[in-house]
Design a protein around this ligand. Structure first.
Ligand SMILES: *[C@@H]1O[C@H](CO)[C@@H](O)[C@H](O)[C@H]1NC(C)=O
Length: 977
């Protein structure tokens, strides 16, 4: 959804003009860059960069932060001490309480606060009502587990200058805390991996009173100015007390209060993470130089319509979790701070330590983090595998919610379906053109004048009738509900928001008013428990009339987007519940709103316990627990198609894998090739939705004409047939944070060449390796083959031979999706074409067994009712398939005993669902002439017919058993040889 009324109008005019000029002309649109701050327009960014420049160029620089050793104590896995910051030449200091916590999981946490502010011994300017403490509640929203202290952590060494703590599993981690200047060196197996304040950039801007300079003596005409005495250069305080941008002034009642720290990844050449940016997976350097950025990566959730590609500028959501990878080693950090945050990245030889022990690549990546306010609070993960750091991060912030199963299907959206008749018509046409889909979406125009929880009575006369037509094929409706509430008469929602005092306030404590879609609006403050409670009530079926059980919700504009606010969002001195400034909580705002909606959907009707589905645009660490995200307002241009892959991969490795980009591109009009290729890519996004701007031409996939319609329908069918495998991948994401689509570094951390590859990926544990075509007029792709396993073309079973360089060239004319199967995997499909995922619920399964070089294969399948929370009570099927010694077996994935599971209604019904077909790719020649295989299950043994197809040219031999007839939930054994 586009975020600025005035720009929207301009856009319309521009587009109108363009279509007159030429329809083939494909313009490249750039965000109004000057609407968003560059580093030097953000006071604390400028100050922290200047601090770094000074520290790094000074001949002798010593960081002014020292632990007072006598204040230190170590107990139960936690070290506490006071850091003294020297603030002037007289040796005056400020006390900064430090806590280093060693957690049972092997994660360490370093927190620095400010004593005066903890005690409230500061004065706020402008009679501000804001809290005096540094914001210390981010953990309350973000952290859900993994915080047990490691009682086994112990001080291994201590003297007057430093101490070393050993911690983590089998004490293989250690942290050496140096007292003066303060620094921490995190080691694994004796070698340094992560260093804090190694460069001396730690910077906690302590509170200080504003001292107004004495007024300048009035200058008299003709009088000589007396020579001023030479003064010591002062710190640049021009941005301490007030800042203006784009006509908005931030009153900054607490003055300067940023926190900054340098974090070095010793011997690591690649860093990944900190989404969302339209940037490569392996993050670029940010301090200039050829091919590098000049600006730091920024995280300040913003409505950046028409964002530009290959840029560190902020987008709609932020996850301040960064990972460093090199061959066979991964480490990471999580910067828990919800204020505006910037990260500078530089790489270089480790000059201080040129012979870094056991480090082959001598490049070290140095990062410099700074946030405008709040605590300095950092978690450290020491790996050693990508899976280790991602699962430890997930332990803290939670995993992907088990999704509504329908939400893995295809979503059809545009701004806007104009009436209930329009929706019903699209629904019928999708069927007519044999295009499966699960969800149709309504953007803002369905409402009565942008008043959420109402319908436009002229165009949506019968929402229930519309919902019922969708329900007939198991389909769903998603309606948009945004956090801005129209400020108007005769609208009970805004009346209650005001009378119950549940809205975000201005710095003076009055209700905040700004502009968004409805014009003048107020914003619900979802940090307030009473506001969340009230929000729940609005979604009850009898309150939000026209919705039914198949209605779900889209939360847009929740950065929040405020058209007339600074950087299209709220003033930073606005106040939230508890009198926390918006400055402190900005990046959490979107998550608390999505959470309010999530909980509202949980309580629409007493006794209804169904999984919510809520799409969000703004997000933070932890949002993965609440639903899906998309990458915001992209453009119908090949560059955006290409950029969507690293963006979605980046979400996946940062713990929020339920991600996708608008298929087709939001702005503009994709040509037919682009639209087709976008569908062929979108089927691999965990969240698969097409969307279009109100000024874009209609582009429902069936409007594309032949041969495109057939090609797109085939892509949709591919997604639908693989839904069982997608759902299984979501299960793993839910269990331990595993990404759903996986970049090469994740699956093959030992392959140096694969670490930065971000245009191909594996799907879950299926061994399916996809490399979508994202270039105009391309009819082949070069795919990197990460190992010496055998790979087959998904569609033809051709054996793929990779050259020495490990790349294989795959033919990819428009109708072809480059998709390989890696040997050694078993994955599940449902092959009967249906209109929606709900209609596939009781369909039989096909197992594809892709034999590896060693003639073995393994895989799994997870199934539950896809809708309720009964899976939490054991109501699911999770099978592990192993093919070995010519025998395929199926056993419970967790080794559960069948008899121990009390079957509910859904499990009972699943007794009728079979594995019907088995395809063995790479079948051994010895099977030639075989007519049957032996199936054993549930105490019975029978023969099933097998059809063997010998190898032919480059095509591998394969065998098909068509009527296996085993229950998918039962143990079985099938003997092939
Ligand atoms: C979500 O809402 C629930 C219920 O109001 C509350 O307990 C929880 O703290 C909230 N979490 C987030 C992340 O907003």
């Amino acid at each position: 959804m586009l975020g600025s009324g005035s720009l929207s109008t301009k856009w319309t005019t521009y587009l109108g003009l363009l279509s007159v000029l030429s329809t083939a002309f494909s313009p490249v649109f750039a965000v109004k860059e000057h609407d968003w701050k560059k580093c030097d327009q953000s006071g604390f960014c400028r100050r922290n960069r200047a601090y770094a420049d000074h520290a790094l160029s000074a001949i002798s620089w010593e960081s002014p932060y020292k632990i007072a050793p006598e204040t230190g104590s170590f107990k139960d896995g936690q070290y506490q001490a006071i850091i003294l910051k020297t603030i002037n030449d007289h040796g005056e200091t400020v006390r900064l309480p430090l806590t280093v916590s060693f957690l049972e999981s092997g994660t360490a946490r370093v927190t620095i606060d400010e004593e005066k502010r903890q005690k409230g011994e500061i004065e706020l300017r402008h009679d501000s009502k804001a809290r005096k403490e540094r914001y210390n509640e981010a953990e309350q929203w973000v952290i859900v587990g993994g915080m047990t202290l490691d009682k086994g952590a112990k001080v291994d060494y201590e003297d007057k200058t430093q101490m070393t703590v050993k911690y983590g599993p089998s004490s293989k981690f250690e942290a050496t805390i140096k007292f003066a200047p303060f620094s921490i060196d995190f080691k694994r197996d004796g070698a340094s991996h992560i260093k804090f304040n190694d460069q001396g950039l730690l910077n906690i801007e302590h509170w200080r009173p504003k001292i107004d300079p004495p007024p300048e003596p009035e200058k008299k005409e003709g009088e000589q100015q007396p020579d001023k005495k030479e003064e010591a250069p002062r710190e640049d305080d021009s941005t301490w007390w007030e800042e203006s941008f784009g006509g908005n002034t931030d009153s900054k009642p607490r003055g300067p209060e940023s926190v900054g720290l340098d974090i070095s990844f010793v011997g690591y050449e690649h860093v990944f993470g900190i989404p969302s940016h339209a940037s490569p997976l392996s993050l670029k350097q940010t301090r200039g130089g050829e091919g590098n950025y000049n600006e730091p990566y920024r995280m300040y959730n913003a409505d950046v319509f028409e964002y530009i590609l290959d840029s560190p500028m902020t987008l709609y959501g932020s996850i301040p979790f960064m990972q460093a990878h090199r061959k066979d080693s991964s480490v990471g950090i999580f910067w828990l701070n919800a204020a505006e945050t910037w990260v500078d990245i530089t790489k270089g030889k480790d000059s201080k330590n040129p012979l870094a022990l056991g480090v082959k690549s001598k490049i070290t990546t140095r990062t410099h983090w700074f946030s405008e306010s709040g605590l300095l609070d950092v978690f450290v993960f020491l790996g050693p595998t990508p899976k280790d750091i991602i699962s430890k991060y997930a332990e803290l912030t939670g995993t992907t919610a088990m999704p509504q199963e329908f939400s893995l299907g295809y979503h059809q959206c545009r701004w806007n379906y104009v009436s209930d008749e329009d929706v019903k018509d699209v629904d019928r046409k999708m069927d007519k053109f044999n295009m499966p889909y699960d969800v149709i979406w309504l953007d803002i125009e369905y409402t009565d004048e942008k008043k959420y929880f109402t319908w436009d009575k002229h165009s949506f006369k019968d929402p229930i009738g519309m919902g019922k037509q969708l329900e007939a094929h198991g389909r769903k409706l998603v309606t948009i509900i945004d956090p801005h509430i129209k400020n108007t008469n005769n609208y009970p929602v805004v009346d209650e928001l005001k009378s119950k005092d549940l809205a975000v306030k201005t710095k003076d404590g009055s209700i905040f008013e700004g502009w968004c879609w409805p014009g003048s609006s107020h914003w619900i403050d979802a940090f307030n428990p009473a506001a969340r409670e009230w929000w729940k009530g609005l979604f009850k079926y009898d309150k939000f009339k026209g919705t039914m059980e198949n209605t779900f919700i889209w939360n847009d504009m929740n950065e929040p987007s405020v058209f007339n606010g600074p950087e299209v969002t709220m003033p930073k001195d606005n106040l939230h519940h508890g009198n926390w400034e918006h400055r402190d909580v900005h990046n959490l705002n979107g998550m608390t709103f999505q959470n309010a909606t999530y909980h509202a959907l949980l309580s629409r009707k007493p006794g209804e316990h169904r999984r919510p589905f809520v799409l969000t645009r703004a997000f933070f660490a932890g949002s993965q627990r609440l639903g899906a995200m998309w990458t915001g307002d992209n453009t119908a241009d090949w560059g955006y198609l290409k950029a969507s892959i690293p963006m979605v991969l980046s979400q996946g490795i940062a713990g929020f894998p339920f991600a996708g980009a608008d298929v087709g591109g939001f702005f503009g009009n994709p040509d037919k090739d682009l639209l087709t290729r976008w569908y062929q890519t979108g089927i691999f996004y965990p969240f698969f939705r097409a969307h279009a701007h109100i000024d874009a031409r209609r582009r429902e996939p069936y409007l594309t004409g032949e041969p495109y319609n057939t090609i797109i329908a085939a892509a949709l069918r591919l997604r639908y047939s693989l839904l069982p495998s997608w759902y299984t991948a979501f299960r793993h994401a839910h269990l331990d944070g595993t990404p759903i689509i996986k970049p090469m570094f994740y699956t093959h951390p030992s392959e140096e060449a694969g670490l930065p590859i971000d245009d191909q990926f594996f799907i879950g544990n299926t061994g399916l390796l996809a490399k979508p075509v994202t270039d105009k007029d391309r009819t082949s792709v070069d795919i990197w083959i990460p190992d010496s396993e055998v790979y087959y073309d998904y569609f033809t079973y051709d054996i793929i031979s990779a050259a020495k360089s490990k790349t294989a060239t795959l033919d990819a004319p428009l109708e072809k999706i480059p998709l390989l199967m890696r040997g050694g995997h078993v994955f599940a499909r449902r092959d009967i074409p249906r209109r929606s995922s709900a209609l596939m619920k009781w369909d039989p399964y096909t197992l594809v067994v892709v034999l590896g070089n060693d003639r073995k294969a393994e895989g799994d399948l997870y199934v539950d009712d896809g809708d309720s929370f009964d899976y939490e009570k054991g109501q699911y099927i999770h099978r592990r398939f192993i093919f070995d010694a010519n025998t395929l077996t199926s056993a419970d994935y967790e080794g559960r005993d069948d008899a121990s599971i009390k079957e509910g209604e859904w499990l009972k019904k699943m007794r009728t669902v079979n594995v019907e077909k088995i395809i063995v790719v790479g079948a051994p020649a010895a099977w030639k002439g075989k007519k049957t295989v032996t199936v054993e299950s549930e105490g019975k043994t029978w023969a099933a017919a097998i059809e063997y197809n010998p190898a032919e040219k480059s095509r591998a031999a394969f065998a098909v058993v068509k009527k296996v007839g085993v229950r998918v939930g039962a143990d079985f054994k099938i003997v092939f040889g």
